[in-house]
Design a protein around this ligand. Structure first.
Ligand code: G6P
Length: 588
């Protein structure tokens, strides 16, 4: 939930850091800051607001120094204030730290430090780290050893970058349960929460493991394990390109990512047969099978569960990641957990798979970020191949997840998976043509306090996704549910003009959903139909193309994503950075 970027180079780094900061801003946008060392002095500029606002006020890009680090914050400990923004420094500005995570024992550490004369300027857990490192550094005079010993005192999760005022030649990084990646450039080394921060400067990366500590100089990196012994790690190449992180001609990343989906569904379907088969074998053999994820990824997981249960007759449970441990009674040796996560860094998901592994389960994951913690900790993984997703609300990663899940289910069913899907891509292109209709819809409904999304069977998770998207981006209260549940409570909320979206492709549940639409209309609702077939019951109708049943969620989610996006814009919200949310929720 916070973004870190650090750089050690030959030339001034402030520009590179600011660029990186903008790219990791999706991880947190309460406040931001930068620290550099120049002429023996450590300088910090920081404050509350978006990166551009702080740059405007504090001119971070003008900071001198060939070493520096920057941070975007999503507050966990301490309010959103200038003082609580990172970087934090120790007494006498000897040590500066940026941090992502939560130090659970910071209260206790702070008491001890205060009794030894340390004075604190913020309410954060991070500042405590700076003071602990400083104590260790004064003792050992060794940045690596000081950081290593300091991290041993921390309970909780952390990814940190540390600078020492009297060592402008190096930066130290350490992590536990939060991502930290080294970027290996030419006379320019990076430390970041996400490879996006340094794409364009280098595509060579080293993903640090838990409890490792790395020391970066402009010429290279030295990594040690928790025992202080040196660890050899070769850089791996990342496939993402610089153009993947630009908005192109789109007003927002979210809109760009929605419009990328005709390509997304093709690239997601290009998978090695052996990987797909490995998933399928694990599913067939599983004694108990769980699907776990958070947010939008969970909705993709629900779709997979539906097909496994209904078509493959394999019992699968889908449980939100934060709740998986409550199902531990059925998790053990022989169990399989399939985890969906765009980032591969969501703390709830990582915690869930950790618990499941402890109990003996095997973990297979579907992730977008290669090298992410989830991918590395899984017994098998498949990549979404949809390129970086910057908008906080997941859009293209959802469609990619559905494509990948479908390949796996097809393999379980014994079918050969097809590489590339022209038909689906064309259908998505067709679905995107509803943009104008969606804008009209938004004009009419943007001031309504509530929205409902209903569907049946395989479509139900898409109703949940439609409601989630609208809440996240427009801040309009929205609920998604199985249409059959309406009469058990929610109908009481339907008044004249209440907008209700009914997802209703022709096929299995079509007639039943039409009945629900009639029920809603009879109670005054404005029924908005999304389907391949029009009907008089719909006050407004958005046609999506007819596709194979397993692909209906993909074409139906497109108008819902556009609805959320345009509602956000109409209501003057920033669709890329919705309030109070972060893309990668790396705290529990
Ligand atoms: C956050 C994001 C959501 C996302 C969820 C899971 O809450 O705001 O858009 O669906 O995390 O993220 P993941 O990276 O695990 O798919």
């Amino acid at each position: 939930m916070c973004g870190i970027v650090g750089c050690v180079a030959e030339e001034p780094v402030a520009g590179v850091l600011l660029e990186g900061l903008r790219r990791v801003e999706y991880r947190g946008y309460d406040s931001a800051g930068m620290a550099t060392i120049e002429g023996g002095a450590l300088e910090v500029r920081k404050g509350v607001g978006r990166v551009s606002e702080i740059e405007e006020r504090r001119k971070m890009s003008a900071m001198a120094g060939t070493i520096g680090m920057a941070h975007t914050r999503w507050a966990t400990h301490g309010r959103v204030t200038d003082e609580n923004a990172h970087p934090h420094t120790s007494c006498g500005e000897l040590v500066a730290v940026v941090h992502n995570g939560i130090v659970e024992n910071y209260g206790q550490l702070k008491k001890g430090l205060a009794s030894r004369g340390h004075r604190f300027r913020s309410e954060t857990d991070t500042e405590v780290i700076a003071h602990v490192v400083e104590e260790e550094y004064r003792r050992s005079k060794d940045p690596l050893r000081a950081t290593l010993s300091a991290t041993k005192k921390l309970k909780g999760q952390y990814a940190i970058a540390v600078m020492f005022q009297d060592r402008p030649d190096l930066m130290v990084g350490a992590r536990k349960d939060a991502p930290l990646i080294v970027g290996v450039g030419e006379k320019k080394m990076f430390l970041a929460s996400d490879v996006l921060a340094f794409i364009g400067h280098t595509d060579r990366t080293i993903f640090l493991d838990n409890r490792e500590v790395a020391v970066l100089t402009k010429d290279g990196v030295k990594i040690v394990g928790p025992d202080g012994r040196s660890v050899k790690r070769r850089p791996t190449q990342v496939a993402w390109e610089l153009s993947d992180v630009s908005k192109s001609d789109f007003a927002h990343y979210t809109l760009k990512e929605i419009n990328e989906q005709p390509q997304t569904v093709v690239s997601a379907s290009i998978q090695e047969t052996e990987r797909v088969e490995a998933f399928a074998r694990a599913i067939r053999k599983a004694k108990t099978l769980y699907i776990t994820a958070s947010g939008t990824s969970y909705h993709a997981g629900l779709l997979m569960k539906f097909r496994l249960n209904k078509e493959a007759r394999i019992r699968a449970e889908a449980v939100v990641a934060g709740e998986l441990k409550e199902h531990a009674g059925f998790l053990g040796r022989g169990s399989v957990v399939i985890a969906f996560s765009q980032s591969g860094e969501t703390a709830d998901v990582l915690e869930a798979v950790k618990e499941a592994k402890k109990l003996g389960a095997k973990v297979y994951s579907i992730v977008n970020a290669a090298g992410s913690t989830l991918a590395r900790e899984s017994d098998g993984f498949m990549l979404l191949n949809c390129g970086p997703e910057v908008g906080v609300a997941a859009t293209k990663s959802f469609t990619a997840q559905v494509v990948v899940a479908n390949l796996v289910v097809d393999a379980v069913l014994g079918g050969r998976h097809s590489n590339g899907s022209k038909e689906l891509s064309e259908a998505v292109t067709e679905a995107l043509k509803c943009d104008g209709q969606v804008r009209d819809l938004v004009k009419e409904y943007m001031d309504r306090p509530d929205f409902y999304f209903v569907a049946r069977g395989y479509e139900s998770p898409v109703a949940l996704e439609g409601a989630l998207k609208l809440k996240e981006l427009s801040y309009i209260h929205a609920e998604g549910m199985a249409a059959s549940e309406l009469k058990h409570g929610t109908l009481a909320l339907i008044e004249k003009g209440t907008p209700v979206v009914v997802l209703n492709p022709t096929g299995g549940t079509h007639a039943d959903s039409l009945s629900s639409a009639e029920e809603l209309k009879a109670r005054g609702a404005d029924v908005i139909g999304i389907s391949d077939a029009a009907d008089d019951v719909y006050r407004r109708f958005i046609r999506v193309p007819k596709v194979q049943p397993k692909f209906t969620p993909i074409v139906e989610v497109i108008p819902l994503q556009l609805l959320a996006y345009h509602a956000a814009v109409a209501r003057k919200n920033d669709p890329d950075y919705p309030r109070n949310l972060a893309k990668s929720v790396t705290v529990k």
